[in-house]
Design a protein around this ligand. Structure first.
Ligand code: CAA
Length: 255
């Protein structure tokens, strides 16, 4: 695995790092593939009760899906990409282990969607959150149009998705996106894990299944995939992503 680092820090707790710090751990297809394969492997580790997910380096958890890779996608490719991302994040959400997101630095777009698939989210004072997709002429494609409103409510979810601005960790805590802010999110995630692993392991698995049961039924992820794909092959998407690679602000025309 080139883009992942995994360390089992005790019998029952493992830490997965998304490892593309040069590109702020953005999720390209290769990384998503690796996460997918990794999840299939750790599913078999019956001793593992808690998985902590974090980003390598101190700058980012994950700064979104890889824009440079998405830039030239057509709507069919975008649909496949979104379907695949959703499949992987659904595996995280329904993994029979507790998943804690230790959010260090930027947590944007697909990164926020990764965090939303975790059961618990711990941030630090330098974490920044946002769904900036509309600045790129697209919408979130890995579940945020569905999961975000369940976590923070429809009004705040629409604000983040329609405006695309970043919020800091204090606001993220206030709106319920974060469970806690600490100096060292991985350290705190380990503390929480050490509490969880002392509880009845079957009870924890049953609790997760039960909490997720009706929640999962209300996630219209297929519809999001369709709306995400509709944004591709448009001038807005081309301009939005071209502007990102040229490090300038996108200029969208009236439509
Ligand atoms: N995709 C591809 N490359 C990315 C990236 C991303 N999401 N985020 C950062 N990078 C790359 C940058 O292009 C840059 O690479 P180069 O050195 O080759 O230019 C490198 O990572 C470092 O980033 P910056 O120089 O931009 O760092 P900064 O400190 O100036 O800015 C930032 C940090 C504000 C997070 C900025 O990088 C940024 O805005 N990133 C994009 C965030 C974003 O829009 N995310 C949503 C993606 S769309 C999505 O996720 C769709 C979905 O739901 C599936």
């Amino acid at each position: 695995m080139d883009n992942l680092i995994y360390e089992k820090i005790s019998n029952h707790v493992g830490v997965l790092k998304i490892n593309r710090p040069k590109y702020l751990n953005s999720l390209n297809i290769k990384t998503l593939n690796e996460i997918n394969m990794f999840l299939d492997e750790i599913k078999k580790d019956n001793d593992l009760y808690v998985l902590i997910i974090t980003g390598e380096g101190d700058k980012a958890f994950v700064a979104g899906a890889d824009i440079k890779e998405m830039k030239d996608m057509n709507s069919i490719e975008a649909m496949e990409f979104s379907k695949f991302g959703n499949k992987v994040f659904k595996k995280i959400e329904n993994l029979e282990k507790v998943v804690i997101g230790a959010v260090n630095g930027y947590c944007l777009g697909g990164g926020m969607e990764l965090a939303l698939s975790c059961d618990i989210r711990i941030g630090s004072n330098n974490s920044k959150f946002g769904q900036p997709e509309v600045s790129l002429g697209i919408i979130p494609g890995f579940g945020a149009t569905q999961r975000l409103l369940n976590v923070i409510g429809i009004g705040k979810a629409k604000e983040l998705i329609f405006i695309g601005d970043m919020i800091d960790s204090k606001e993220a805590l206030n709106i319920g996106l974060l469970n806690k802010i600490v100096d060292n999110p991985v350290e705190e995630a380990i503390n929480i894990s050490n509490k969880i692993i002392q509880k009845g392991p079957i009870a924890i698995k049953q609790a997760k299944k039960s909490v997720n049961f009706s929640y999962n039924k209300n996630l219209a992820l297929d519809y999001e995939v369709e709306c995400f794909a509709n944004c591709f092959n448009t001038e807005d998407q081309k301009e939005g992503m071209e502007a990102f690679t040229q490090k300038r602000k996108a200029e969208f025309e009236n439509r």
